[in-house]
Design a binder for this molecule. Sequence first.
Ligand code: ZN
Ligand code: ZN
Length: 364
Amino acid sequence: MTERPVVRRLKRLRSRLRRSKLDALFVTGAANVRYLSGFSGDSSGLLITPADAVFLTDFRYAEQAAAECPGYRIVVRRKDSFTTAARQARRLGVARLGVEADALTLGGAERLRAALGRTEMVGTTGLVAELRAVKTGEEVRAIEGAVRAAERCFEHAKGFLVPGIRERDVAAEMEYFVRGLGLEGLAFPPVVAFGPRGSLPHARATHRQLGAGEPILIDWGVAADGYVCDLTRVLFHHKIPAKFEKMYRIVLEAQRRALRRIRPGVATKDVDAAARGPIRKAGFGRRFGHGLGHGIGMEVHELPALGPESSVVLRRGMVLTIEPGVYVPGLGGVRIEDDVLVTPKGARVLSTVPKHLKDVVVGG
Ligand code: ZN
Ligand code: ZN
């Protein structure tokens, strides 16, 4: 019988704990809890030691946890989760307890410290996130499933892009369509930005109506089977304005160069630089103010980050977004975002939404 993914993941985490000289890790980040236990609810934590795996939850989730997390000892708490975790850690003889610095609140940390007595609390970052950065074949297939659904969702949305439609109506149609497929839904509130609003990289959909001949920026993703995707396309109604044609060509070229640079062993900042070069050369350097991309998986933003400062080295099995953009206030923006798997020899683009100039004009 093949080993369950959770068992494999716990093994790898435990060897990281040993290297960090920790006796246990208190896991509170919801996606990390799910990754290490299979639990699909919330408000729960894990206490992982070399020999024990304790699932800490409350009455609402006790039955679900027992069903979803075989191999864990389920502890249904009566006190708050920090006091309960501290008690369990002391019972198991933990001297150095790792906590997830990025997930714990200051209030939670104070309560935990107060209840830990002589057990030392050690802040950690990335112990689970770094494991999650490298995907198994099964995880890649789940992301691909989300991508396929996102592609269908986009085709559906295109049918609504006629002058007079509101950004919010397009966003609502997309959500409704994905739910109709029986999936969890969109991975995040989509960006649907018409005309000059495209220069706001994270514009929320508003009541603004589409004007004839305006550019349309849509950034969307789907959540399916616990995994997400994240894509962006810019469309033009009727025809491409000359200023946008230049921007579009540059962004597409920037993305192409980044994709060619990807392979195991390459630093993420070098991939970022490959995209930034042509944008800078065209005089838009200051108009590309965000990083080139980010890892995706159970969450929309995972490791690694791709930016001018990021020194992470790419590994086979990482799944990234590559999303160069150019934003001109008052005019609009162009961003092209695809999801990419790092393969032994390079990159495989998982998304197939057309992006050549001839493909991005809608409404004839
Ligand atoms: Zn996006
Ligand atoms: Zn993104």
